[in-house]
Design a protein. Structure first.
Length: 73
């Protein structure tokens, strides 16, 4: 799991190798939310579980690693 510096975007990965981009701008800032935030993008980054995510904002780069022994940029 990784968030940008402005805390408006959340990146997560799952056990199937998918990476998700969530819009968390203002999410749960003033009250408890009953629905999850909006997923604005998803893609299959790996063929097995995502184990690490790192965001390098100054280079507009997302790095993911997986149990499948791959690293994606």
């Amino acid at each position: 799991m990784e968030v940008n510096k402005a805390n408006t975007v959340l990146f997560t990965g799952d056990s199937l190798g998918f990476v998700y981009l969530w819009d968390i701008d203002g999410y749960a800032a003033t009250h408890v939310e009953s629905e999850p935030p909006e997923v604005t993008m998803t893609w299959r980054g790996h063929v097995k579980s995502v184990t690490a995510i790192s965001l390098v904002e100054e280079h507009k780069l997302l790095i993911t690693a997986s149990v499948d022994c791959t690293v994606r940029l």
